[in-house]
Design a binder for this molecule. Structure first.
Ligand SMILES: [Zn+2]
Length: 312
């Protein structure tokens, strides 16, 4: 595969949803030469005033098979982690968690008003507010469970979704457009969850979307999955994005795990909107994301060194 080969499999971001990045950022994301980027443009990668669409570039990298782009390196890192833990995607693990938020006005920020992130499984123990920055430290224990879906209606919807859709990085403004996702046949965790819930609802199965973070390295990445009560009365988790990414980067075992099991690599957030920090400097298009890192606390040992690789 190649970058141009990856581009052929990309469903481009609709013009009204484009988020522009600089040429330098595109080169850095794809880890490619200016000549290779020029080849991509000649092959149809959108370019306007020397800029490119963020998701188009990330999707080219994801599907390129070069192994060197940022999205692939994140997935390869995650795959290594899933393998290195073997089947242990479920045992209880304790972590030290650090969360922070930064005001775009940096040291000129006039306010010390910040709200701590609401994560139901985290107990915050320490808060530190400086000019333009807030940081919280706490502890969390994550655990999973292995299960499979019994309800044939759910299995049918799930199999159908995995046949008809592919994973794509998707603009936030587009992921809630269920009709648009159906039409495009591609989506991120959020869009795929919404399509899945809508299909389940059509067959009379109630399900809810849960939002949170996925732990693939030290840095937490935004993630969503679907939760429902199965025919056997047990709560089951469906993770369509990770299942679709399994075909490209992970194992068939992990793909099967995504249909019913709960992973010890995800952390719930109290609400979908809770990814953003409440702070007086926030504007309509200048919202502030919380960021998090986790580090493992092994029983009887002090926390290990912080890992520098992030989930993106
Ligand atoms: Zn501020």
């Amino acid at each position: 595969m190649s970058l141009v080969g990856g581009l052929r499999d990309v469903v481009p971001t609709p013009p009204e949803h484009r988020v522009w990045i600089s040429r330098a950022e595109a080169l850095d994301t794809l880890r490619c030469t200016p000549e290779e980027l020029a080849q991509l443009v000649a092959a149809g990668l959108v370019e306007e005033d020397g800029r490119h669409d963020y998701c188009d570039v990330w999707n080219v990298g994801l599907l390129s098979g070069t192994g060197r782009s940022s999205p692939e390196r994140i997935m390869i890192f995650f795959a290594r982690m899933l393998k290195s833990y073997g089947a242990d995607w479920v045992s209880a693990r304790a972590y030290e968690i650090v969360g922070w938020a930064q005001c775009p006005r940096a040291e000129h920020c006039p306010s010390s008003e910040w709200s701590a992130p609401v994560l139901p499984d985290v107990q915050w123990q320490h808060e530190e507010i400086q000019a333009g920055r807030a940081e919280w430290r706490g502890r969390v224990e994550l655990t999973g469970n292995t299960a499979t879906v019994r309800d044939p209606r759910v299995r049918e919807v799930w199999d159908d979704l995995l046949r008809r859709y592919r994973f794509h990085f998707t603009p936030m403004t587009l992921s809630s457009d269920v009709a648009g996702t159906r039409h495009r046949g591609v989506g991120d965790c959020d869009s795929l969850c919404q399509v899945l819930m809508s299909e389940l609802l059509d067959r009379g199965v109630a399900a809810e979307q849960e939002s949170g973070y996925i732990f693939g390295g030290a840095r937490l990445g935004l993630h969503s999955w679907v939760r429902l009560v199965d025919a056997d009365g047990e709560v089951k988790i469906l993770d369509p994005a990770m299942a679709l990414l399994s075909d490209l980067f992970f194992t068939p075992e992990y793909k099967a795990f995504c249909c019913g099991s709960g992973s010890n690599r995800v952390l719930r957030r109290a609400s979908r909107e809770g990814m953003f920090a409440a702070h007086p400097c926030v504007t309509e298009d200048g919202r502030i994301f919380y960021e998090f890192t986790l580090r493992s606390i092994r029983p009887g040992r002090a926390p290990g060194p912080r890992c520098s690789e992030g989930a993106g």
